[in-house]
Design a protein around this ligand. Structure first.
Ligand SMILES: [Zn+2]
Length: 247
């Protein structure tokens, strides 16, 4: 994995305008991991994807993060500040997982970008689609054959299906990060969800608009090419902008 240059980040921002959040996350990873196939990156467990995006965010914009959330009760906007190392969890268990529940033994794996994409496309059936893709096999503990072996999830009791979803969350904690937040205005406590893909993308949006304004100012004054301006270090770019402001 390697850091992205200002030129690459701006190209990704432009490309990402017509993409879904999942594809944006994958596009960022593909650009930062040129030695890995897109298909391999798409099959990383969500927590591994998010851990890599967190590293990329650190390289691009630093370790400090500030997120804005609205209190669900009084709608007061709250600012949360934290560091990237505070939201890193233990790596996911990527091996095949197994669980016994409601008379069944179930083998399953962690969801990846393709699974989540398929689940989102399925809408209301999303939960079932995710399970169908991630469950690798089932066996009844009493030795009876599972009625529909090619569709192992359909035969599972709801309790076993719920247990699999809980086990997936427990095995891949980086995939679903939550914060304990208490509203300073009304005292309401809740768990706020942190999604690195949308958070990082919002930051890239803000950064890109600022970068284009800087390119515009420098190109207007010096008639340099966009690529040359983007190739300047941020410090040198700021120095030129200050000189323009002082002129
Ligand atoms: Zn509140």
């Amino acid at each position: 994995m390697q850091p992205l240059s200002a030129f690459e980040l701006l190209r990704l921002w432009e490309w990402g305008q017509g993409q879904t959040p999942l594809r944006r996350g994958l596009g960022l990873l593909a650009a930062a991991c040129p030695d890995e196939e897109l298909a391999t990156l798409a099959q990383l467990p969500i927590g591994e994807r998010d851990a890599r995006l967190l590293t990329l965010r650190e390289w691009s914009f630093g370790r400090d993060l500030t997120a804005l959330v609205d209190c669900p009760r009084c709608h007061e906007p709250l600012e949360l500040s934290f560091r990237t190392d505070e939201i890193r969890t233990a790596p996911a268990m990527t091996d095949q997982l197994v669980l016994e529940n409601a008379g069944y033994r179930v083998w399953f794996r962690l969801p990846n970008t393709l699974d989540v994409e398929a689940a989102l496309t399925a809408g209301q059936e999303g939960h079932a689609v995710l399970l169908q893709r991630c469950v690798l096999g089932t066996q009844r503990l009493d030795g009876e054959p599972v009625p529909v072996p090619e569709a192992p999830v359909d035969a599972l009791p709801a309790a076993a299906a719920a247990a699999i979803m809980a086990a997936i969350e427990a095995a891949d904690p980086q995939a679903k990060l939550t914060f304990a937040v208490t509203c300073f205005s009304c005292g309401y406590p809740w768990q706020a969800l942190f999604d690195i893909v949308s958070f990082f993308w919002n930051e890239i949006n803000v950064w890109a608009m600022r970068m284009l304004a800087e390119v515009h100012a420098l190109a207007s004054a010096y008639h340099w090419r966009e690529a040359d301006i983007l190739a300047l270090s941020p410090w040198r770019r700021q120095a030129y902008l200050q000189l323009l402001g002082a002129a």
